[in-house]
Ligand binder design. Structure first.
Ligand code: AHG
Ligand code: MN
Ligand code: MN
Length: 330
């Protein structure tokens, strides 16, 4: 009680809710708070690197391909290094599965720790050169292997039902961290004058009405699973406008706040879809469902898919329950 009183005195009576409040959320908040604080530190560092990248020649391609067969941006690699360092600094993470690393990265000093983190360190990196919004996506699972053993990639292959915490950072006009520990979704915005994240969007719930449909419609003629006809039905029945930024974090954040649906269907080029199950679809699907929305992949809930590989891809249809049901004709 003393701590809170001191803080009230210091801040002229305004009790400011910070990431520390996560410790009081649900059964897992206390265990997850230090890891989410680590994500917050990484976000602040990555945001600073993004804002100064043009002056240090850090934009553009790194000249290497990642395991996805995609050209890595220099900032993909830098963000990955920063994120890994901050996960190490928590002392609670034994290994990290990253979009930018083919294999699981074991944190040797803490190989006995309880948690693994899956991460897309820089989401939407094709937006970097045009100064568009980008993000970081993360989810946390508890290891299955004995603490005495070395963490194994099989520790990451857990369905979304085993996610303990998940969320994303949005590097936009403001720096935001949106996360859930299974007790709803809260949005925190970095306050430069206090140099910390402060609660700005408590208890985010996706609106049932309004919003937009968000999809790269230029692929429509290649979509599988009858998605072309499904989207036409959705447009006819709802009259929704369309918005698409090309960064999942930004498109999903708008869908959460304004309503509507975000989809990335499978097509004849990406027959399993483009987005990665473990560090894009599951964490964002977890957030969508915690915010009262629906997260489907073909005819199964994305959180019920049993992962088979670290970089596995899946189609995604995430949004308000009504819009997802109209899209899928259920
Ligand atoms: P990443 O930059 O981590 O590879 O993710 C990019 C993803 C996702 O952010 C976005 O929704 C999708 O790629 C956009 O794909 P298209 O450019 O094919 O629309
Ligand atoms: Mn991504
Ligand atoms: Mn990425």
């Amino acid at each position: 009680m003393t701590v809170i009183i001191l803080r009230l005195i210091f801040l002229n009576g305004d009790y400011v809710v910070t990431l520390n409040d996560i410790a009081r959320q649900g059964a897992n908040g206390a265990a997850m708070m230090p890891i989410i604080q680590g994500v917050g530190r990484a976000a602040i560092e990555i945001s600073a690197v993004l804002r100064g990248a043009v002056f240090r020649g850090a934009l553009g391609q790194a000249g290497a391909e990642n395991v996805q067969g995609e050209q890595q941006q220099k900032l993909d690699i830098l963000s990955d290094e920063i994120f890994l360092d901050e996960m190490r600094s928590t002392g609670f993470v034994c290994a990290v599965g990253s979009e930018e690393q083919e294999e699981l990265l074991v944190i040797d000093e803490y190989s006995g720790a309880d948690y693994l983190v899956l991460v897309d360190p820089l989401d939407g990196s094709s937006n970097l050169d045009i100064d568009g919004p980008v993000g970081t996506i993360f989810s946390v699972v508890k290891r299955k292997t004995e603490k005495s053993k070395c963490p194994h990639v099989s520790d990451t292959l857990q369905s979304g039902q085993s996610v303990i915490a998940a969320g994303y950072v949005l590097y936009g006009p403001a720096l935001m961290l949106v996360c859930s520990v299974g007790a709803g979704v809260n949005g925190y915005t970095y306050n430069p004058s206090d140099a910390r994240f402060e609660l700005s969007h408590p208890d985010i719930r996706i609106p049932e009405t309004g919003g937009y449909y968000s999809v790269n419609e230029s692929n429509a003629d290649k979509w599988l699973d009858n998605m072309g006809a499904n989207l036409e039905r959705l447009k006819q029945e709802t009259g929704l406008g369309m918005r698409y930024v090309g960064a999942m974090v930004a498109d999903m954040h708008r869908t959460l706040l304004k309503g509507g649906i975000f989809l990335y269907p499978a097509d004849d080029k990406n027959t399993s879809g483009k987005l990665r199950l473990l560090y894009e679809a599951i964490p964002m699907g977890f957030i969508m469902e915690q915010a009262g929305g629906k997260a489907m992949s073909r005819d199964i809930g994305v959180l019920n898919i049993e992962p088979e590989a670290l970089h596995q891809r899946v189609p995604v249809y995430f949004g308000s329950e009504k819009k997802v049901n109209i899209l899928l004709g259920i």
